[in-house]
Design a protein around this ligand. Structure first.
Ligand SMILES: *Cc1c(COP(=O)(O)O)cnc(C)c1O
Length: 361
């Protein structure tokens, strides 16, 4: 059945070995592996749960976490919620999540009540915004931070496990010694002013791991949360490849359903395409155009690369992608399979699409 995503679990394991060695052995950090880009694929989760260097299994969606809470616990791992929770999902947070990233006092207060009902003490990681301008208390609002901490420490069923930061997501701000050290300083201030010990200072995602090899991860940062570094081997700060990793643990395969010689310019008045965009075409004369049976419903066209470098992706719609196979010396036919490497966005969509078959090897 096509389209198909081929998942090489041994390559994925190699990536996990490599990023965990850097993070845990070299960086002295605990490791949270992030499953959201894989839509919490059960075989991948099994691999993560069995890895001795992983401490937490993290996701942004509770539905994904709920699918592996038991297996995580059986293997002595904790579950972690990355997206600050909706007030409407707190019952599930208490049920499935060991460590919850959070940034709103009103939500923490409701979480305290929910935890009390369940007879649980809920661990939280208070998010601090160090400039990326997504979630978290703004680092300059010290009074607000200390006020929040004071109130949290009064809540019987909440345990302030630590603080965390997220970078390189909205504002594309790169983690550096200075902004991460700013987080460590805030943590130390909290500890001194409120007489508590913070167990975790979580220093971000796959854009922070490069600091370990440079020797610039500030002392005090003791956790990283890695998704893209694990699945694709990417350092997302400077777009380099992490040593010992591969980017081809996931290969997408799709089948050619039409292959014809046609012009490169559409004929007639140009309106808008299926997605309301006005397309631009380059005149390359008559081309060999192949249509593969996969589309924007299943993959991100800008985040897939044909393994055969002679092929070029021309564009696509919901269910079709058009390839220029002019320079492949007639090597492709209707019914043939074309293979692609995927970027983060492509992988996210492929793993989420129910129309893409999964094959493990
Ligand atoms: C998605 C996410 C991560 C993991 O990001 P990668 O770039 O895939 O490593 C870490 N933390 C938070 C809060 C996230 O939302």
């Amino acid at each position: 059945m096509y389209p198909k995503i081929k998942i090489d679990l041994s390559k994925l394991k190699k990536n996990l070995d490599a990023v965990s060695e850097t993070t845990v052995d070299k960086g002295n950090c605990s490791l949270a592996i992030v499953t959201k880009v894989l839509c919490a694929d059960p075989k991948a989760v099994e691999l993560i749960a069995n890895h001795p260097k992983v401490e937490l299994i993290a996701d942004s969606r509770i539905k994904n976490i709920a699918s592996y809470t038991d297996i995580a616990h059986e293997h002595g791992k904790k579950t972690m919620l990355l997206r600050i929770p909706m007030q409407s999902e707190l019952e599930d947070v208490v049920r499935y999540v060991d460590l919850c990233q959070i940034s709103e006092l009103s939500t923490i207060s409701l979480l305290n009540e929910e935890a009390k009902k369940a007879g649980k003490v809920q661990k939280i990681l208070l998010m601090i915004d160090m400039g990326d301008l997504r979630e978290g208390f703004f680092f300059g609002d010290k009074a607000l931070i200390h006020d929040a901490v004071k109130r949290i420490l009064d809540m019987e069923n909440i345990y302030l496990y630590g603080v965390g930061v997220n970078l390189t997501c909205y504002g594309a701000i790169i983690p550096k010694f200075d902004n991460l050290n700013g987080l460590v300083e805030i943590a130390r201030e909290i500890e001194i002013e409120h007489g508590v010990k913070l167990e975790m200072i979580s220093g971000g995602n796959s854009s922070s791991i490069y600091l370990i090899d440079k020797g610039e991860l500030p002392e005090g940062i003791n956790n990283l949360r890695l998704g893209e570094a694990f699945v694709l081997g990417n350092d997302t700060a400077y777009e380099t490849k992490l040593p010992g990793t591969t980017d081809d643990a996931f290969i997408l395969e799709a089948e050619i359903v039409e292959l014809k010689k046609k012009p490169s310019l559409p004929i007639g008045e140009v309106g808008v395409d299926a997605f309301g965009q006005k397309p631009y075409y380059e005149d390359r004369g008559i081309m060999d155009r192949a249509i593969i049976a996969i589309g924007k419903q299943d993959v991100d066209i800008d985040s897939m690369t044909p393994i055969d470098e002679r092929i070029e992706i021309m564009g696509g719609s919901s269910d079709h992608i058009i390839l220029d196979v002019t320079h492949t010396d007639g090597g492709y036919h209707v019914g043939d399979i074309v293979s692609f490497k995927l970027g983060y966005g492509g992988l996210l969509k492929v793993m989420t699409s129910p129309y893409v078959e999964k094959e493990y090897n």
